[in-house]
Design a protein around this ligand. Structure first.
Ligand code: 13P
Length: 252
């Protein structure tokens, strides 16, 4: 059986409520063309609106962009994984490069967040990726290896199937510069091998998404790579026509 692709939009800190209503008014008209898994990661405030307006057919999931390393208590400004689950979210992102670079989130914290989200039965889209400096110094695999080893430590065997890895080279995020299919494929093949040989994942089942300037014009060549199982999409997920085009491309 061929696996379904997973296309997830990361809206980051974009959209107001009216944009969400109009996004789904348009997107839902064509939802019957989608047979891949699709989802949107949104700001916490917007998740109830997405829950109300997103397609209900089961192929669509909504989730958080970040999740705390505690379930409740005096942690002003944080979003609890328990509350994320309670609202009906299917997943959370952990370790997006913007969290790592702008908010200084480090491997040990990301590991705590991952373990707690898994405990609450959320899927975790765990993001890794190298900077341009790392790539130019030939350190891509070393950087990604450490991010995986440290961030995905101590995951119980029965929870490993709830991890999705997103490979997002930092130099390709929001820049319009996409990794070439060969660059992306090489990194994905490395991630699959490392997760299965060193971290005890089922390599054949592990979903690895590519992220970084994915758009309708380049999605086909990326998805054609044997180790690319989907995409995590920023800018092109904000417009319903573009996001729909990506989901339809992944439904062929
Ligand atoms: P862009 O698709 O805008 O490059 O963003 C990628 C990303 O960061 C998704 O998480």
């Amino acid at each position: 059986m061929t696996r379904k692709y997973h296309i997830v939009g990361n809206w980051k800190m974009n959209h107001l409520s009216q944009d969400i209503f109009s996004f789904f008014a348009e997107f839902n008209k064509h939802a019957d063309k989608i047979t891949c898994h699709a989802g949107i990661a949104a700001q916490g405030l917007h998740l109830p609106l997405i829950k109300e307006h997103a397609p209900k057919g089961g192929f669509f999931e909504f989730g958080a962009q970040n999740s705390a390393n505690n379930n409740s208590g005096a942690f002003t400004g944080e979003t609890s994984p328990e509350a994320i689950k309670d609202l009906g979210c299917g997943f959370t992102l952990v370790g997006h490069s913007e969290r790592r670079a702008i908010y200084g989130e480090q491997d040990a914290l990301l590991n705590e967040k991952t373990l707690l989200a898994l405990e609450k039965e959320l899927y975790v889209i765990f993001c890794v990726g190298e900077t341009l400096e790392d790539r130019e110094a030939n350190r891509t695999e070393d950087v990604v290896r450490v991010q995986l080893d440290e961030g995905l430590k101590n995951i119980p065997a029965d929870k490993k199937s709830k991890i999705i890895v997103a490979y997002e080279p930092v130099w390709a995020i929001g820049t319009g510069v996409t990794a070439s299919p060969q660059q992306a494929q090489d990194a994905h093949a490395f991630i699959r091998k490392h997760c299965s040989e060193k971290l005890g994942f089922n390599g054949e089942e592990l979903i690895i998404q590519y992220g970084g300037s994915v758009k309708p014009s380049n999605v086909d060549e990326l998805l054609a790579c044997p180790d690319i199982d989907g995409a995590l999409v920023g800018g092109a997920s904000l417009k319903p026509a573009d996001f729909l085009a990506l989901c339809v491309a992944a439904s062929k």
